[in-house]
Design a protein around this ligand. Structure first.
Ligand code: SF4
Length: 341
């Protein structure tokens, strides 16, 4: 059986020298937006714009930003649940766009997703054992008693009991359902998991248990995570590095401790200021961000953050800042607060 437990590609501690498992290269995704009864007047939503980043083997890359900033879309692009409008994804050195449908189906075992909604993402009429076994059947990993044994082991691994396989999702709490979702993702022995707001639908008291479970599974199996959340506190618990997204673009990416100790980009500073207990930044808190994000249908020219930025200068309104890497394994897209080199 291709068991996640049989894999061990744990790096000592993922860092700048750790090879990438997944790379986004100039990745963009736009969606047509149809308005009116007959869908006339087509506009385009720029959900993800020119994102280049890598997820290193064995690391958790946390991705934070306001609702609608494109972080979930980016996660789906990385595992090719949706096709990019431009750019490419490279998984373990292979360009996904070059793969045939058959090769892509085989590669699906390597990359799985855990969804936000543990209530809506599990088929209510299926027993939990069948839900977890679906991927095992699709990929012909095991049959009969071996399949059942594998399902029961997975349930135990996520903190459930083997007999839970015979129950239906409505018999479980939200936290238990999310454990079923995690077991389903692990069933095919992936190396890469997109965790799309995996705890935001759960009670605060349960969130920590699920985050701890994800940390244990990562340590045990050398998993690589792309962890999407609007909640910086949650992301900070699990992440080695954190990327901050604003209107579909990465505005800062840095090791977790560096970001918490002193984010550079004004939007990252404002995000952190909203959760003061997460910050060890000795500087005065940045002014909180006012107003709603601009529409991704018509992003502002220049720096997309300039209408809300207390530090905006004249050029911020016309020149888009590039994401520029500097010292300390970090990169920032800002004219005024670049990374020291
Ligand atoms: Fe603010 Fe200008 Fe930096 Fe954008 S580029 S975040 S507007 S200071």
């Amino acid at each position: 059986m291709s068991d996640p437990a049989s894999r061990d590609e744990r790096p000592a501690e993922p860092g700048p020298g750790t090879p990438a498992l997944v790379e986004a290269r100039g990745l963009s995704k736009s969606f047509p937006l149809r308005r009116g009864l007959f869908g006339r007047g087509t506009e385009v939503v720029h959900a993800v714009s020119d994102v280049t980043l890598s997820v290193r083997r064995g690391e958790t890359l946390g991705v934070v930003g306001e609702s609608g900033c494109g972080k979930s879309t980016l996660g789906r692009l990385l595992i090719r649940l949706i096709e990019p409008t431009a750019g490419e994804v490279v998984f373990d050195g292979r360009r996904l766009g070059d793969l045939s449908a058959r090769e892509m189906r085989a590669l699906r075992r390597e990359m799985q997703i855990v969804f936000q909604d543990p209530y809506g993402s599990l088929e209510a009429r299926m027993r939990v054992g069948d839900i977890v076994a679906e991927g095992i059947e699709i990929h012909r990993i095991a049959r009969g008693a071996e399949k059942r044994e594998r399902v029961e082991r997975l349930l135990e691994e996520v903190g459930l009991r083997p007999e839970h396989a015979d129950r239906y999702p409505h018999e479980f709490s939200g936290g238990q359902r999310q454990r079923v979702g995690i077991a389903r993702a692990l069933a095919v022995g992936p190396r890469f998991l997109v965790l799309d707001e995996p705890v935001s639908a759960l009670d605060v008291s349960v969130q920590a248990q699920v985050v701890n479970l994800l940390a244990d599974l990562q340590a045990r199996h050398g998993l690589t995570y792309f962890f999407v959340s609007h909640d910086l506190r949650v992301v900070a618990h699990l992440s080695h590095r954190i990327a901050v997204l604003y209107l579909g673009r990465v505005v800062e990416i840095a090791p977790r401790d560096a970001l918490l100790a002193g984010p550079l980009h004004p939007y990252a500073r404002a995000l952190l200021a909203a959760v003061p207990e997460a910050s060890v930044d000795p500087r005065p808190a940045a002014p909180s961000v006012q107003g709603d994000p601009p529409s991704p249908v018509a992003p502002p020219p220049g720096c997309a953050f300039h209408p809300r930025c207390p530090f905006a200068e004249a050029r911020c309104r016309t020149e888009r800042p590039e994401l520029v890497a500097g010292a300390g394994d970090r990169a920032v897209a800002c004219h005024v607060f670049p990374v020291p080199r």
